[in-house]
Design a protein around this ligand. Sequence first.
Ligand code: SF4
Length: 359
Amino acid sequence: MFGGEGGLDLKVLATYPFLPEASRYIREEGPPLEEVLEHRAFGNSRHLAKEKVFSSLESGELPELPMSSPPECLAALYAYPLARILVSCVGDPFLIRRFSLAEASLARRRFSREDPAFLMQLSQALRLDSSIDGSYRLHFSDFLEATKRLRGKEWKLINHPVQSGYVILSREKFLRVLEGHLRNRFEEELPLEVNEFLLEAFWEDVAKLREMLQERKSNLQSTDLGRITVANFPPCTQGLLATVLASENVPHQGRFALVSFLNNLGLGFEEIYRIFASVPDFRESVTRYQIEHITGRISGTEYTSPECSTMKSYGLCPGPDSLCQRITHPLGYYRLKTRTMSRRSETGSMAKAPTPPEE
Ligand code: SF4
C-alpha cells in the first residue's frame, strides 16, 4: 500500500511506524531482536527509543526524528518498537498513558502535513471505515470508539451531521479522531510481554524511569490544598479534580473550570501547577501558560470560574445534588457547604463541651 519505487517506502514506514506494513517490514526484513538490542549498528535506534520515552515522561512531547537518509529512517523505524519495549519493562500505567498520548499526538502533527488522499490511505491502513468527499466521512462506530475519552459536547455524536451511518467531519476534527484512535490503540496494546533478557537490556533506564515516576507521585501526594476543603467542593469540580488526580485527561473547558475554581478559592499558581503535573497530556510549557493565563499572572485578568448554566452547557455538570438546587454557581456551593459544615461542627462541639465543675 505504501510502496516507493523500489518497494515499501522506508520514510513512510519510519514516519508512521505503527502501520501494519511497518511491523511486517521489521518482522520479515529485520534482524532478530537480540541483534537490535545489542549490536552497535542499532545504537542510534536504542538512543532514539530512550529519548522518546524520557521525553514523553518529562515534557509530554516527542521530538521529531531526522529522516533524511535511509540509515536515519531505519533508526527512527526501530526506535518505535524499542520504545514500546522500554515502556513495557517499566510497566507503569501513568507512563503507558503518557507515552501513548505523546506518540498519538506526534502522529497527529505528522498527519496534518499530509494531503487528503494520502491521509485517507493512512486512515484506511489503520482499519478505519473512512472516505473523503469534500469533507471527511467516518463510520459512526469508529467515531464513537475513537472519541470515547474526549469529553465536552463538541465530541458528542449528536452534534455532528451523520449521513447513511457516516459522521461528517472537518479536517481538523478528523485529525483529532485519528489521534484518539491511535491513543486508544497504543494504550490497549501496552504493556507488551517482557522477559528477563529485555529487562536486563534496559535495566539502567528502567531504574531511572521508576525513580522519576516515584518522585512525581511523592510530589503529588504532598500537594497541599491549604485551607481548602475538597469535601466541600460541588460534584462537578470534585469530579474534575478526581479525574486529574487519577492521571486522566480533562477537556479544555474542564481544565479552565477547575483552575479558575481553585484560583478563586485562593490556591496559588504553584499549587495548581503541581496538581496538573499529574495529567498524562501534561506539557510543561502549555500547562504553565494556561494556568498563568487563567490566574491572571500574564493576562492581567483573573478569571471567575464558570457558573452552573455554563458548566451544564459544557457537559461538565454530573447532575446536581440537593445543595446544588440552592445555588447557581459552583463557588456558591462551596461557600454554602463550608458555612453549613462549620455551623454543624460548632453546634457539635458546643453539645459535646464539658460542663464546668460545680463550685
Ligand atoms: S449544579 Fe452547579 S455546582 Fe452543582 S454539580 Fe452542577 S455545575 Fe456543579
